[in-house]
Design a binder for this molecule. Structure first.
Ligand SMILES: *Cc1c(COP(=O)(O)O)cnc(C)c1O
Length: 449
């Protein structure tokens, strides 16, 4: 008997005697080897409780767990799967590329094709550097902005997420103008000193910080549509105002389009709102599900990056041929068929409209935000336009709603503070199933509370 069979038999045996489903069994086992059993904390279901679902495969918008249960997927790997799981051109591109070696650590033509395609879709990206994650892209963009301006501080917004780089793990102090503090042990006070926190959709909070730190702010970084405190759109004038302030203060405007890039339009939020940043970061969709990030922008700024300029940035696997092939296949499809965006938005609006009817029927307090194929449902009376508004959501209600939806075969992001991501493989039949599930789920949760 091969070792593999032995282990799979043991697994089945154990899971039967312990009367666990496979996800429970695997989660127990995972925790013996991996911190918290997961390789990224949002996967651990901490905000909704219970055992995370372990998946084994997915196709289009249907995702299958280790026990063979099927779910309609609204997570899409947290964004990348805009064309659905196992999109055939991506699968084929990865297969084909792998036969020619999985990595060279030397330049390839694929990287030029990728850079050219990115520039075609996002015209202000005159130069682009590939990295391996959104985190890396944002860390690097900030370093470049500092190197370019010779200034040290950055302004970010409460509730925006730019990955786990030290500079981003700083939360606001007690007042808007007091010094920020690390939101994670392991981040130093020195780092906190250089990260200033403003409020989303609040230009005066930015103006105050710029004034107080005059001549010292290298960059303003933000999600042009927030997606990591649920979906929160920029209010009219907000992005315009930031663009103007950055010009006045010779500060680099960085749009973190890791989530919105290639999702809200071919040219991301920049195209959708017609506001153009100096530097842009990408991740998620750009890699077609492989680990890719990128940062780019004006030539003048990007020319400070090594080896042209003195700002160091590097990566053994950056521009990896499998990753580039997957990304090219996915971006290529989006570039070629822009009607996908129209289709996706119609589906998302359909979902919004029908969920609204359900919520009204149940006379529930809620606020729904939607931009393109990003949508969030907040259980709150407040209008959600910033971090404070997002936090007013009834988390207990969401928790129960999430599990009721899961029972009915709908896989939502396991947190009230994550946007749902639609894929164009969702059919109207799936959307109707989701709406019916929401109706039942809300009914159950309401009658239980
Ligand atoms: C996901 C995300 C990141 C981090 O990307 P990783 O690939 O997870 O490191 C950064 N910014 C935004 C807006 C994101 O949504």
């Amino acid at each position: 008997m091969s070792l593999e069979n032995r282990y799979s038999r043991l697994t089945t045996h154990d899971s039967q005697t312990m009367l666990l489903n496979k996800s429970e069994y695997l989660f127990n086992k995972a925790q013996k080897f991996i911190p918290g059993g997961v390789n990224s904390p949002a996967r651990a279901f901490k905000s909704v409780g219970g055992v995370p679902v372990f998946f084994k495969k997915a196709k289009g918008s249907v995702i299958t767990d280790e026990d063979g249960n099927e779910f309609i997927d609204y997570v899409g790997s947290w964004g990348p799967m805009i064309l659905g799981h196992a999109f055939p051109p991506v699968v084929k591109a990865v297969q084909d590329a792998s036969f020619n070696s999985t990595s060279f650590g030397a330049p390839t033509e694929l990287e030029i094709e990728m850079a050219e395609l990115v520039q075609q879709m996002v015209p202000n990206v005159e130069r682009v550097r590939m990295v391996n994650s959104g985190t890396e892209a944002c860390m690097s963009a900030v370093r470049v902005a500092r190197g370019y301006t010779g200034k040290e501080k950055i302004i970010k917004f409460e509730g925006n997420y730019h990955g786990h780089g030290d500079a981003f793990l700083i939360k606001a102090g007690s007042g808007a103008l007091t010094l920020g503090k690390p939101s994670s042990p392991g981040v130093t006070k020195g780092t906190a000193k250089d990260t200033l926190n403003a409020d989303y959709n609040d230009l005066p909070s930015v103006e105050k910080l710029l004034k107080k730190n005059k001549g010292n702010v290298a960059a303003i970084i933000l999600e042009p549509v927030a997606g990591n405190m649920g979906c929160i759109p920029p209010e009219p004038g907000f992005l315009e105002g930031l663009r103007k302030l950055c010009d006045e203060h010779e500060t680099v405007l960085i749009f973190d389009e890791v989530m919105t890039g290639f999702r809200l339009a071919r040219g991301g939020a920049q195209e959708r709102f017609n506001i153009w940043a100096d530097l842009v970061t990408f991740g998620k969709i750009i890699g077609g599900g492989l680990p890719v990030g990128a940062f780019g922008g004006k030539k003048e700024i990007m020319d400070v990056v090594a080896p042209v300029g003195p700002v160091y940035q590097a990566g053994t696997l950056s521009g990896n041929p499998l990753a580039m092939s997957a990304g090219l296949a996915q971006l290529g499809a989006l570039e070629k068929y822009p009607e996908i965006y129209v289709d996706l938005e119609e589906k998302t609006e359909y979902l919004k409209k029908n969920l609204t009817n359900v919520l009204n029927k149940h006379e529930l307090d809620y606020h729904m935000n939607q931009v393109g194929s990003m949508i969030s449902l907040f259980f709150t009376k407040e209008k959600v336009r910033d971090f404070k508004g997002a936090n007013s959501t009834d988390q207990q209600f969401f928790k129960q709603f999430f599990h009721e939806m899961l029972k009915r075969g709908i896989y939502l992001p396991p947190s009230p503070f994550e946007s749902w991501f639609l894929a164009n493989t969702l059919t109207y039949e799936m959307l109707d199933k989701t709406i019916a599930a929401a109706d039942e789920s809300i009914g159950v949760v309401k009658s239980a509370s």
